[in-house]
Write a protein that binds this ligand. Sequence first.
Ligand SMILES: Cc1cc2nc3c(=O)[nH]c(=O)nc-3n(C[C@H](O)[C@H](O)[C@H](O)COP(=O)(O)OP(=O)(O)OC[C@H]3O[C@@H](n4cnc5c(N)ncnc54)[C@H](O)[C@@H]3O)c2cc1C
Length: 577
Amino acid sequence: MEFHRHDVVIVGAGLAGLFAGLYTSREFDTAVVSKVYPIRSHSGAAQGGCAASLGNMMEDRWEWHMYDTVRGSDYLGDQDAQEIVCREAPLVIYECEHLGVPFSRTPEGKISQRPFGGHFSDFGKGPQKRACHAADRTGHVQLHTLYETCVKQDVRFYSEFFTLQLIFAENGACRGIVAWDLRRGGMHVFHAKAVLLATGGYARAWKVTSNSHANTGDGLSLVLRSGLPLEDMEFVQFHPTGLYPSGILVTEGARGEGGYLLNDKAERFMERYAPQKMELAPRDVVSRSIQTEIDEGRGIGGKNFVHLDVRHLGEAKIMEALPQIHELALKFTGVDCLKEPIPILPTAHYSMGGIPTNTQTQVLKNSAGDIVEGLFAAGECACVSTHGANRLGTNSTLECCVFGRRAGISMLKYLREDPCLPDLPQDAADQSIERVEGLLESKGSESAAQIREILQSTMTEKMGIFRREETMKECLAKIKELQERYKKIGLQDRGRVFNTELMEAIELGSMLDFVEPIVVGAIARKESRGAHFRKDYPKRDDQNWLKHTLAWKEGDSIRLDFKPVVITRFQPEERKY
Ligand SMILES: Cc1cc2nc3c(=O)[nH]c(=O)nc-3n(C[C@H](O)[C@H](O)[C@H](O)COP(=O)(O)OP(=O)(O)OC[C@H]3O[C@@H](n4cnc5c(N)ncnc54)[C@H](O)[C@@H]3O)c2cc1C
């Protein structure tokens, strides 16, 4: 076993983790631990853009952005966090620009902006161009620029290290992590004054998903296993346009640039569901519309997909603004979108819930807002509740930048107070050693790959866009059964060097942990709000459910608690698009 000591340990090298590292490394010794090579983090897949009310193409204001975000969130977002994200958006975009992010430009040389679903001008009235982008490779260029800057600032990267456990001191403060070195094998203990979780999304628990293989929610599992809660887990976003059948993403930028949706009768069916905003209504609305068309037999040829047509944009526009979409459609469906419409279906995409934090990114341990000293969280794994019940496109890379930066500043402040760093207990890594050795020696008859496949299919079938009590209960029973089967898995590969079977088995353990609060929270929430749509309770119920869910793992079950939503500027009203 090897020991390391740093002032800050950041778990996750996506936009959130790197933005934080950029700040802490200015004054303190900073390490970033990542299970994939940093620039392979999922942020690199973000295509469409990063929202900010720069007003480069038309008048815009942060208040309009905030109104859209609040309404998009179906009033479940905390408005203090939503105000921060919209107010600080221009600041982080200009910071990215000055670091060297090569945004697309207008003819006058300003950062180019394009329309995205749910973003409007003048408090929801007119169209808006708010998404700053670099063609359709926005996350890729942001991630590379941040990584290079962190390298320049001597951030120490531990790439391909899998974090297995958080370490707490006797007073409950977080003081480090334990990680497995995937490349060489072997356990490592990282001792630190501050730990940031920036472990990203977790839609890999679904079969049809836009997420990368690494998005298995390990950070959430670390928190649950430490006796801490998760917030609003029932809210999982289905992006309207995943490639059929895999779910690989076609950016909303394609609709922003003018692409539209067609059913089997060649109808632009969004006229029925969102007559004013059409394809640029928020994602929950468009996804439900597509699924309804499919369920009612108007999918193409009666099948499980509809068409996204961009042909009318012309070759020059497609190759300039959507080159990656052209390439992805060609490679993964064999469709040349210059000549044919793209087959698409909704795909599990983004998780609004996660590790509860305050606006300073400190992790919360209860509904009273008490914090866990030394532990911070930011990015998709966190729930500061910018997105409430439904996220607007381009607000996520933005949140990662705004709250990643805030996490850096928060940790700087904390470290300047020079928190004590007691010696770690000798047995700090025992639990992780037992887990990995147990798996390496496992001789059980169950296959992790098979359990994962059943879990993903079950989540897609029973925890999709439309939910019902009965099917959710079936889903929960299946999860319980799979958790039991997981205890009896056996690995074929007993090697220690780059044992991907071992890694996937641990990731499956993470998924089996965090899917339970998703289903339990969804069964409890007897209303429809944003991405959580129940056929048996189709109306939003502000009287009883204008509140956040907190979920703890206690023994074999999940305990729920609730906390109020922060409302400052905008009172809840009916959403119409
Ligand atoms: C296909 C796609 C397109 C998108 N397009 C957009 C867009 O255009 N605009 C927008 O705003 N949003 C977009 N999003 C959402 C957005 O990209 C993500 O929410 C955001 O990038 C997440 O960043 P992050 O820093 O939180 O995590 P990630 O970038 O996912 O990084 C997570 C990091 O955590 C590390 N990690 C995880 N578990 C462990 C562990 N156990 N041990 C060590 N390290 C670990 C990983 O190695 C990785 O470095 C898109 C999402 C998808 C899936």
